[in-house]
Design a protein around this ligand. Structure first.
Ligand code: NAD
Length: 356
């Protein structure tokens, strides 16, 4: 079927990847191969709603394993690659950068090599339609003062091991386009939140700590600013880029919803007070300020004009509407997050993150 899209997704058991898999399997004429190593951050339970689809396949593999990835390309014959597999947690990158270099840098190199080898063997028509989409972060641009926003041409200035590893991978992808002609695209997105996010990241961490009456840790003064995007809006933007984006081009994706960390936590507390009032008082009373993260970027803000004007994408959710959906999901899905909180990840760590 010439209209069929065969999408090889890496990291499809993670937060954004699982959202993408669920979204794509809802579209007609899309088949998905999810390649994931299933690190602490990946869970097949996030894919329970789609695992029985005849258009879905799963392969447990490391993106660094060129043999496994190469044979996945040969067998699955993708028309599209969407590369999301990464180590994504900034605090972990400070404590242990090695896995970030391995997966984010070497793993992206390995994906590019496998994709290139496969792509070179395709006929002209399929070569032209093939896409390699690398999913990245706005953190590659560094930290902003009170004014201005990141545009696609903003020079890279990563400041954490996480963002440096993602910046390296972006450079590799761009060079495979310019040097070898691989039809690659890059997107740089702001902070995501929504259902199925691993509870070490700011929004689920605060929500679940609040429900368990544990402290709500806030780095420094809580005045760091992030631009927040609901994960389903991100997923739709990613697919827009596959359908309409131009190879070699980069698109910034953002929600135009800048909030300080303190504002985020207060919003969560207020909405929880409304939904699940606690007899011993308002959730805000649980807030605790903790020593700031080293090298903590002050502000990120995305200018998403290009994707809006060229591809016609805009987010559907505001921060408040997306957060309401998110809270309702966590309230209704304790069976998903409780084992994570009590098992491999204890939830004791006070890290407040700016997720990938
Ligand atoms: P996540 O940590 O929730 O998921 C990562 C997934 O990758 C997991 O399923 C994990 O098992 C898998 N993985 C890790 N190492 C692997 C390896 N070596 N081989 C194969 N699979 C491996 O991450 P996320 O938040 O869903 O982010 C996905 C992508 O989007 C990342 O590339 C991240 O840099 C980028 N991004 C994230 C955000 C955000 O706010 N979360 C924002 C912008 C960009």
């Amino acid at each position: 079927n010439v209209h069929e899209r065969r999408v090889l997704i890496t990291g499809g058991a993670g937060f954004i990847g699982s959202g993408l898999v669920r979204y794509l399997l809802g579209c007609a004429e899309v088949a998905v191969l999810n390649v994931d190593k299933l690190t602490y951050a990946g869970s097949l339970r996030s894919l329970a709603s789609v695992e029985s689809s005849p258009r879905y396949q799963f392969l447990r593999a490391d993106v660094c394993d060129q043999e496994a990835i190469g044979s996945a390309f040969e067998k699955f014959q993708p028309t599209v690659v969407m590369h999301l597999a990464a180590e994504s947690h900034v605090d972990r990158s400070i404590d242990g950068p090695a896995a970030f270099i391995e997966t984010n840098v070497v793993g992206t190199y390995s994906m590019l090599q496998c994709a290139l080898e496969y792509w070179r063997k395709l006929g002209d028509d399929r070569q032209e339609r093939f896409r390699f989409h690398h999913i990245s972060t706005d953190e590659v641009f560094g930290s902003l003062g009170p004014e201005g926003r990141f545009v696609e041409a903003t020079p890279y200035e990563p400041r954490s091991p996480y963002s440096a590893s993602k910046a390296s991978s972006d450079h590799l992808v761009r060079s495979w386009f310019h040097t070898y002609g691989l039809p690659a695209l890059i997107t740089n997105c702001s902070n995501n939140y929504g259902p199925f996010q691993f509870p070490e990241k700011l929004i689920p961490l605060v929500l679940l700590n609040a429900m368990d009456r544990k402290p709500l840790p806030i780095y420094g003064e809580g005045d760091n600013v992030r631009d927040w995007l609901y994960v389903e809006d991100h997923v739709q933007a990613l697919w827009k880029v596959i359908e309409k984006g131009e190879p070699g081009r980069t698109y910034n994706i953002g929600g135009n919803m800048e909030r300080t960390n303190l504002e985020v936590v207060r919003t969560l507390c207020r909405l929880l007070d409304e939904r699940r009032p606690h007899p011993s008082g308002a959730y805000e009373g649980l807030i605790e300020f903790v020593a700031d993260r080293p090298g903590h970027d002050k502000r990120y803000a995305i200018d998403a004009t290009r994707i809006k004007e060229e591809l016609g994408w805009e987010p559907a959710e505001t921060f408040e509407s997306g957060v309401e959906k998110t809270i309702d999901w966590y309230l209704a899905n304790e069976a998903w997050w409780r084992p994570i909180r009590e098992g491999a990840y204890s939830g004791q760590r006070l890290g407040l993150s700016n997720p990938g």
